[in-house]
Design a protein around this ligand. Structure first.
Ligand code: FES
Length: 148
């Protein structure tokens, strides 16, 4: 507390930085070297949709059809599918991660488009990453419909 008072008297900001969510993305198929393509991104908790984070980080979201026919994030095409869940353990060296608890609940739009799909499948344009208070890591499988 004393540091905080001294800091504020000196004009130093004492506000904590907002919590962040770390994201790791895996491609749906291994490359020619047998490894799965991986990308990483970070986002302030509760500020962005997964689709925006992926687009800002230039991470591929759509499969072939979605690239040309997506609705731009309006929740009316069902092409921005990702999977946020436990991955097969050979993909992750240190641990099996599951960050679904860091995402909002499935929306009605998702329930409509993903009715018969695994619970871990989400529409990136409906998925809010974090709730402004939590932090952690979410592992995302891109284009899960391409998995074998
Ligand atoms: S971009 Fe169309 S439903 Fe997500």
């Amino acid at each position: 507390m004393q540091w905080s008072n001294e800091a504020s008297q000196q004009g130093i900001s004492t506000t904590k930085p907002p919590p962040e969510i770390e994201l790791e993305f895996f491609g749906p198929k291994p490359g020619s070297d047998g490894t799965y393509p991986r990308d990483k991104a970070k986002a302030v908790s509760g500020e962005k949709l997964l689709r925006s984070i992926m687009q800002d980080s230039k991470i591929e979201l759509y499969a072939t059809y979605g690239k040309v026919m997506n609705c731009g994030g309006g929740g009316s095409c069902g092409t921005c599918i990702v999977e946020a869940s436990q991955l097969q353990c050979y993909l992750i060296i240190s641990s099996i991660l599951d960050g679904r608890e860091l995402l909002n609940e499935r929306t009605d739009t998702e329930n409509k488009y993903l009715k018969k799909k695994p619970e871990s499948w989400r529409l990136a344009c409906q998925t809010i990453v974090g709730n402004k208070e939590n932090s952690g890591k979410v592992v995302v499988q891109r284009i899960p419909q391409w998995k074998k």
